[in-house]
Ligand binder design. Sequence first.
Ligand code: HEC
Length: 111
Amino acid sequence: MKKTVVVFFVLATVIACKEKEAVIDPSQKKIVYDPDIKNIMFSYCLTCHSGSSAISGLDLSSYQKVKDAVENKQLVHFINNANNPMPPSGLMPASERQKIENWVQNGFLEN
Ligand code: HEC
């Protein structure tokens, strides 16, 4: 009897975890820094945020630097802030912003 109960809870936990994963990333392919995020940075950010004259001293030209900007400079907040967005010319398409958020949620896969 006790064993049955334990088995039931283990199964329930396994199933619950699987469903949770599915919610985070339903059918989409895994987002990785190279090439997905790298291409977005190249298209929308590097004109201002790279090299020796990078604005705010913020350089977004490598995996480590982009990861650092997410963790310490609120990058995800800035790309979704409609009042003062990054890039300043206007919010990126939702699909591009979603890719960055998926990448962050899935633990910054490099390639
Ligand atoms: C046209 C130039 C330009 C582009 C393109 C641009 N930014 Fe910025 N960015 C700025 C300026 C100017 C600031 C500083 C002003 C501010 O904080 O509001 C800034 C600040 C930031 C900050 C805050 C840095 C800090 O130290 O507080 C982040 C994060 C950021 N940008 C991310 C991005 C991302 C990600 C992209 C591309 C999706 C991007 N920016 C594209 C001009 C730009």
